[in-house]
Design a protein around this ligand. Structure first.
Ligand code: GDP
Length: 296
């Protein structure tokens, strides 16, 4: 699971603090130096770490902590609160359009887990009573359409496709008409991913966005790629604007730093975390629960 190593380190740092009883400024500073190293090793963005540690320092080197009967606990409480803030404070729910169908556009680099996540999201929405339609707009990767059909079949959600000979924007437009006729109140468009961000990719996404005007653009990023995931998020957000981020592969042996930096760097919420290959391995991202998980 992500964060194992970060959690171990935090627990060591905090158990030393708790044993000390009274704390002086030096104790707090020494502990925060270790917190900083632990976060950097977890691949959290450097600027984010610096700001985070400074905020904690300001709060922790005060009377409230030093004169408390349990200063170690106070420091842990502050770290917990700041971790929650860093990840966005509150969970960020999906929004729905007033006039159905609600359209979500899934974007991301190839291999990030976009197609799998598209199906996971559809499955989740179906369980909550919606009638989703998946749309195959990745006309470049040979097996992409088939893959979406397979995962759609597994969750019993229809997949709209027009093969690979049409422009993605036209497929998306036709899918909306289809959904309106068939009472599908949610449409999830699986767009093409590339190995790297390139202009053609962005232009195609912009064309779909401007034509379809999706309710939300959801960016899927691979947590295993650490700071790269954050750079990808920053880049997509600058070029096409995203409404939310979905972090995948948080189950893997990842250092998890992206979960801690994405929000701070892009100012866009993490809406879901994916924690496995099964189509049920998706959960709403709760900053508070994630902070507790990290602190162990
Ligand atoms: P796409 O190219 O972005 O559409 O990516 P895919 O949906 O094809 O996923 C790429 C690989 O990542 C597949 O082998 C998926 O099973 C795997 N994958 C996707 N999400 C997760 C996740 O949350 N955890 C794990 N362990 N694997 C995942």
């Amino acid at each position: 699971m992500a964060f194992e190593s970060l959690t171990d380190k935090f627990q060591n740092i905090f158990s030393t603090l708790k044993k000390k009883g009274k704390l002086n400024e030096q104790d707090v500073k020494a502990a925060l130096r270790e917190v900083k190293l632990a976060l950097l090793e977890a691949d959290v963005n450097f600027k984010v770490v610096k700001k985070f540690v400074n905020t904690i320092k300001e709060r922790a080197v005060g009377h409230e902590v030093m004169e408390s009967l349990t200063p170690g606990q106070q420091v842990i409480k502050i770290v917990n609160e700041e971790l929650i803030k860093l990840m966005g404070e509150e969970k960020a729910d999906l929004t729905f359009s007033k006039e159905p169908p609600t359209v979500y556009m899934m974007v991301g680099l190839q291999g990030a887990g976009k197609t799998t996540t598209t199906a996971k999201l559809a499955g989740k929405l179906k369980k909550s009573g919606k009638k989703p339609l998946l749309v195959a707009c990745d006309v470049y990767r040979p097996a992409a359409i088939k893959q979406l059909q397979v995962v759609g079949g597994q969750i019993d959600v229809p997949v709209f496709t027009m093969g690979d000979k049409n422009k993605p924007v036209n497929i998306a437009k036709a899918a909306i008409e289809f959904a309106e006729k068939n009472d599908n109140n949610v449409i999830i468009i699986d767009t093409a991913g590339r190995l790297h961000i390139d202009e053609d990719m962005m232009n195609e996404l912009i064309e779909i966005r401007d034509t379809i005007k999706p309710q939300e653009i959801l960016l899927v990023v691979d947590a295993m790629t650490g700071q790269d995931a954050v750079n990808v998020a920053e880049n997509f957000n600058e070029k096409i604007g995203v409404d939310g981020v979905i972090l995948t592969k948080l189950d893997g042996d990842t250092r998890g730093g992206s979960a801690l930096s994405v929000r701070a760097v892009t100012d866009k919420p993490i809406k879901f975390a994916c924690i496995g290959e099964k189509l049920t391995d998706i959960e709403v991202f709760h900053p508070e629960r994630m902070a507790s998980r990290i602190l162990g």
